[in-house]
Design a protein. Structure first.
Length: 152
């Protein structure tokens, strides 16, 4: 699995509101199906609540609310990706998990100015795929939503 690791980066692909996104593989700890989430009163609007993952409390982030995207009707069938940020686990609620792909670092591009503002705020950059653009998510920017322009 270490073939050409210097030339490629591995991503877990996800789908959110029709947009293909990539999260660096090394940032992903777990992929979960729909989980029971306990709401937290007075939490930021992007915080869906908390869930119990093998005895550990994990903060669940509603990615649609975080990016100010329209809600989905398929709330019960949503999936999540568990990542760690500053030593704490977070579950990112998404529409669908795709594949693990390896892409050449040389094909990575800065985010185009035409990329929607909600994606610009949390993107490291993009890869141009055959039929679509894959937005590479910056986990740090994604979870620093208290400093974002998102207003409740």
């Amino acid at each position: 699995m270490d073939n050409e690791s210097n030339d490629n980066e591995d991503f877990v692909t996800i789908h959110l509101s029709g947009q293909l996104c990539g999260i660096p593989l090394l940032a992903v700890h777990d992929v979960l199906s729909a989980q029971r989430i306990t709401c937290i009163p007075l939490a930021h609007t992007a915080v869906a609540g908390v869930l119990n993952l093998r005895g550990k409390i994990v903060t669940a982030i509603d990615m649609r609310k975080r990016l100010q995207l329209p809600d989905t009707d398929k709330e019960l069938s949503s999936m999540s990706i568990v990542i760690e940020y500053q030593g704490e686990p977070y579950s990112l609620l998404i529409d669908k998990v795709g594949d693990v792909i390896s892409l050449p670092n040389g094909a990575f591009e800065k985010s185009p100015v035409t990329l929607d503002a909600c994606w610009q705020e949390v993107a490291k950059g993009v890869y141009r795929m055959d039929k679509e653009l894959m937005v590479v998510l910056d986990v740090e920017k994604l979870l620093n939503f208290n400093e974002s322009k998102a207003a409740a």
